[in-house]
Each structure stands twice: as structure tokens, then as C-alpha cells.
Design a protein around this ligand. Structure first.
Ligand code: ADP
Ligand code: MG
Length: 199
């Protein structure tokens, strides 16, 4: 399970495509248990990322690529999710500094650091029906070398049934049970695109 600078770039381009394809779905979910801007936020951010990745095809290492993506997401996404995704990539930049490839424990550690960054920035924990519910089982599956697609599918199923206790969705209380958290879906789209390029 190896991630290289070139395949990470490919995965991010695929993630941008996925955000466009799911833009309306993300916005509809956020309309139900939020303020209806998540699809628009993610689209704006990943369109900007796509533009940069198309303009620059070669990156020095995984760190340089992650740093540029993090800064772009912070600048363009907006909402609560902008700084959260931005922080995840800034943490990747630290973990991947000077590396053109990452695998095994090193790769798992980078995803744990990114998740810890999201939790710190959002003052959130696993189980509150946020994107943390997706990122946490994902890095655990990387650590334990279990099936990553299955981990993401299970995580999405589990978080859907939870009550939101963090972020804007928490104002909707019990009405959030049975509705997918938009940030969990966008995170699953991003992480699935990354799984696709691991080999
Ligand atoms: P906003 O909530 O400001 O409108 P978005 O709609 O873009 O921002 O993003 C909402 C998503 O961000 C939620 O679905 C959730 O997954 C995630 N989120 C919100 N607050 C937090 C937090 N404190 N910690 C982790 N994730 C959060
Ligand atoms: Mg919103």
C-alpha cells in the first residue's frame, strides 16, 4: 500500500471530479441538517485544487503537494469544513515532508496526524456525527491493514445513525438520525479516491 507524489496528485484530481458529481447531494444533505452550502463549498475548493494541479504537474515531494492543497482549501472552501480540510492537508505536509513515497506505518501515521489535526481544530471527537467519524476508522484500518473500502462503507453507515452533537448539525438534534452527515460523505469521497491509487 504505497502512496507516491504522482498518485496522490492523481487521487486529488479524481476527488475533484467526485466533489462535482456529488455537489448537489452534498448540498441537499447540508440543507437537511445544516445551512445547505457544503456541496458549493467543496466544489469551490476542489475546483481551485484541480486548477492548480493541472497547472503544475510535478511536485518535489508529497509534502510540497500537500502543503499547496491545504493552503488552497483554507483559502477557498469557507464554512467550518474549509479550515478542517485545510488542517488535514497541512498535517499531511508535515508528515510527508521530504518524502516522495509513503507506505505502511508511515502512511498510517500521516492519516492519524491529519485526523488529530481535524479534531484539534474542530474541538471534536469520534462519534459526534462529523467527518471525524470517517477519518478515524480510516486511519485505524490503515494501521491494522484491513480492507479500506469496507472501513469507509461501514463508517458511513454507522455515522448516518448517530445524533449530531458538534457543528451546525447539532442544532437539529434527533432529526439528524438517519441523515448522512455531508462532511462525512465528502470525506469518504476524498478517501476513496486515495484508496484507488494505493498499490
Ligand atoms: P458549515 O457547517 O460552516 O456550513 P460546511 O457545510 O462546509 O460548513 O461543512 C459542514 C461539515 O463540516 C459537517 O458535515 C461536518 O462533517 C463538518 N464539521 C462541522 N463542524 C465540525 C467540527 N467541529 N469538527 C469536525 N467536523 C466538523
Ligand atoms: Mg454548511
Amino acid at each position: 500500500m504505497k502512496l507516491s507524489t504522482e498518485t496522490f496528485r492523481e487521487a486529488l484530481l479524481e476527488a475533484a471530479k467526485q466533489m462535482e458529481q456529488h455537489k448537489d447531494e452534498l448540498t441537499d444533505l447540508d440543507r437537511e441538517i445544516g445551512d445547505g452550502d457544503h456541496g458549493i463549498n467543496m466544489s469551490r475548493g476542489f475546483q481551485a485544487v484541480q486548477k492548480e494541479l493541472e497547472a503544475q504537474t510535478e511536485y518535489e515531494d508529497l509534502g510540497a503537494l500537500s502543503k499547496q492543497v491545504g493552503m488552497t482549501l483554507i483559502k477557498t472552501v469557507g464554512g467550518a469544513s474549509g479550515p478542517l480540510y485545510g488542517t488535514a492537508f497541512v498535517k499531511f505536509a508535515g508528515a510527508f515532508k521530504g518524502k516522495t513515497e509513503a507506505e505502511g506505518d508511515e502512511l498510517a501515521a500521516a492519516f492519524k496526524e491529519a485526523t488529530d489535526g481535524i479534531k484539534m481544530r474542530g474541538k471534536s471527537e469520534f462519534g459526534q456525527k462529523t467527518m471525524v467519524d470517517i477519518w478515524t476508522p480510516f486511519y485505524e484500518a490503515l494501521e491494522q491493514q484491513t480492507d479500506l473500502h469496507q472501513a469507509l462503507d461501514q463508517a458511513l453507515t454507522d455515522t448516518k445513525e448517530r445524533v449530531a452533537t458538534k457543528g451546525r448539525a447539532s442544532y437539529f438534534g434527533d432529526a439528524t438520525v438517519g441523515v448522512q452527515d455531508p462532511g462525512s460523505l465528502s470525506s469518504a469521497l476524498l478517501l476513496r479516491a486515495i484508496v484507488e491509487v494505493l498499490r
